[in-house]
Design a protein around this ligand. Sequence first.
Ligand SMILES: Nc1ncnc2c1ncn2[C@@H]1O[C@H](COP(=O)(O)OP(=O)(O)OP(=O)(O)O)[C@@H](O)[C@H]1O
Ligand SMILES: [Mg+2]
Length: 349
Amino acid sequence: MARQVPAEAVFEALGQVKYPGYPSDIVTLGIVEAAEPIPTGGYAITLRQATEREEVIRELAEKVHQALTHDLGIAKVELRVHRVEAELGEKTGRVRLEGTKHIVAVGSGKGGVGKSTVAANLALALVSLGLSVGLLDADIYGPSVPMMFGVGEERPKSAGGQNFYPIEKYGVKMISIGFFLGEKAPVIWRGPMVMGAVRQFLKDTLWGSQDFLIVDLPPGTGDAQLTLAQQVSIDGVVIVTTPQDVALLDATRAVKMFRQVHCPILGVVENMTYFVCPDCGERDELFGHGGGERMAKEEGTRVLGRLPIYPEVREAGDAGKPIVIANPKHPASVAFIELARRVVEGVAD
Ligand SMILES: Nc1ncnc2c1ncn2[C@@H]1O[C@H](COP(=O)(O)OP(=O)(O)OP(=O)(O)O)[C@@H](O)[C@H]1O
Ligand SMILES: [Mg+2]
């Protein structure tokens, strides 16, 4: 008879198996409920499953078999699936905001590609279309909304109990961890606290009634984005990318992650596509050409807008007056208004 593999080794091997679409492994996520030896020399593995999606369960089963049969040499692996309520947040626990018609998140895989710039200007462009808009800065580690709107010194007023009023500027209601900490204070928090803060911002802010809430997400596709995506009922995600390969790769990852957690992708904004030489007027495609388009096509989504590098965009952001407000006729502002129109169409689909 084959030698019985010890349970520790089984758990160790299962600890290498990532949950499909997640950065964490199935042991850490608490998905492995039991691993018990069976008399014939194999193992019975019980997985707690919240998802109803068969393809996820199939993928998981394959990965478990691979890890135990192939890598560990266990001859017989029985897989049992214990279906539980949507604990990973696929169904329950998502915050729907009373009074908010649409929640749109602006995300990317990579940092520094212009998410916050897009989120801020998109919010303002929606206002210019006559819509009521809120902006939630979910970047707990690097909030940029206070600076971009020039409201770093302001503090939200308490509305009694745990509630507070958002700060309003240029017609946008906004909330950011920066308002509670001061713009320059470093934030050293652990993941669960971050999630608590974001959830609290959503629930405890008196947003009132609004057509859109734009969420400026932190960079990456880690646990923070996932948890946020699961906590909030997001109607659509705008992915921001620059056209270079690393950014595109990260953006693709972000698209896949949001799809896994059922957040519809509205499309891709290709930022910093080229630089127009202010002297000679020539275009310089710093990061290559057409990458965003290709990536969007491959992922079955579309390009919502393209934005060249304009020094005025950065200057306006740094000066606390985003370009859509500072110069509504600037080509970048025109592009943001076009983007806003597409977002409005996108959530209506
Ligand atoms: N189209 C553009 N033209 C010129 N400057 C831009 C453009 N888009 C963004 N920037 C500038 O690039 C810098 C990074 O942009 P931003 O802060 O919006 O990126 P981010 O993706 O939110 O970054 P992080 O990952 O740190 O949150 C900022 O200084 C911003 O003003
Ligand atoms: Mg940002």
